[in-house]
Design a binder for this molecule. Structure first.
Ligand SMILES: [Zn+2]
Length: 344
């Protein structure tokens, strides 16, 4: 099969022919129709996370099961599937309570510790495949169906972490990025009172408005907390969601929170930031971490897309052979929403 390989850290992706995967016991193989290309994938291409080389990257797939190994009952040939990004055990306390991102026996990620979806076929443990529901036409919209498993599921979890209410004013930091744009869409779907997009690239604000933002804040000019306070009549925002999560954005987000405010961080650079406990106490603000989503939240996100409640923004669809070109654009922050590689 054709596959795009990362052969060493910080080297260009290369298209090669490799042997077709064959499912062992408990495994299944899907023919990949499309695979999303986002920052979680780009971290490996950019050398920010280590993988075993050579490696086939990618996890946001839509595909069709074409072969199953012995003992597999959860999927069968012909099923439309996407993939769960994390390699989890399914047995531990956290897996059993639908919090797989905290799995005690976490084994890594699809497209990092095992080969992913930048290829014509992908082999995974059968329980890593999640069936795409009736009503979501994955043959017609494989790129959109593929990216839902992260681009919609991750924001859906954030709305729950933050206990997002229809009375809330929400600010999304890094709103122009792949997850940020989808967070705007999901916050709008969740009936947030006001959705504010914060980003350093004003060129992305048009897409942010289209995705559901009511207002934009250009973080490259002026005091961000001050601008957010002005947009809320001095009250401050209820929910800050930070996809950048460097010290500056986290401190800006905290500084802009009003009474009862919640700050959700989704990782970022790992830099430390300063919080004022007196301010936290007076306002009873909360700082929350949220990573990816549960398998159930992936299924729910697929249902939302099937109903047309939230539809992902895939702005670039290119053949597999152009994977490296897309990652060059990701490196420069030039992709709005998601890009996807198309195998057909
Ligand atoms: Zn587990």
């Amino acid at each position: 099969m054709k596959a795009v390989l990362l052969k060493a850290a910080k080297t260009p992706l290369v298209l090669e022919n490799v042997p077709d995967p064959v499912p062992g016991p408990g495994e299944a193989v899907a023919r990949v129709l499309a695979c999303g290309a986002g920052l979680t994938v780009h971290h490996a291409r950019a050398g920010r996370v280590r993988v075993d080389y050579p490696r086939i990257l990618g996890h946001e797939i839509a595909g069709e099961i074409v072969a199953v190994g012995t003992g597999v009952t959860s999927v069968q040939r012909g099923d439309g599937v996407t993939a769960y990004f994390y390699l989890t055990c399914g047995q531990c306390h956290w897996c059993r309570i639908d919090r797989e991102t905290l799995c005690e026996n976490f084994r890594g990620y699809v497209g990092r510790e095992v080969d992913g979806g930048y290829a014509e076929y992908i082999k995974l443990r059968a329980d890593a495949f999640i069936k795409i529901p009736e009503g979501l036409d994955w043959r017609k919209y494989p790129a959109e169906a593929g990216v839902v498993c992260d681009a919609i599921a991750t924001p859906l979890k954030v709305t729950r972490k933050a206990r997002l209410m229809p009375t809330d004013v929400v600010a999304v930091f890094g709103a122009g990025g792949g997850l940020g744009v989808h967070m705007l869409k999901v916050a709008r779907w969740a009936h947030a009172r006001k959705v504010i997009a914060v980003d350093v690239m004003a060129s992305k604000f048009e897409a942010c408005i289209k995705a559901g933002a009511d207002a934009t804040v250009d973080a490259s000019s002026g005091d961000v907390p001050q601008q957010l306070l002005e947009l809320t009549g001095g009250k401050g925002i209820d929910v800050a969601i930070d996809f950048v999560s460097n010290a500056a954005t986290l401190e800006s987000a905290l500084g802009a929170l009003g009474k009862g405010g919640r700050l959700v961080t989704l990782g970022g650079s790992g830099a430390r930031f300063t919080a004022d406990p007196g301010d936290m106490l007076r306002k009873e603000v909360e700082i929350l971490g949220s990573r990816y989503a549960s398998k159930e939240e992936v299924r729910e996100s697929l249902e939302l897309a099937a109903r047309g409640d939230v539809w992902p923004l895939v702005s670039e669809k290119v053949p597999l052979a152009q994977a490296e070109a897309i990652h060059q654009q990701l490196e420069k922050g030039l992709i709005t929403g998601r890009a996807a590689l198309m195998m057909q």
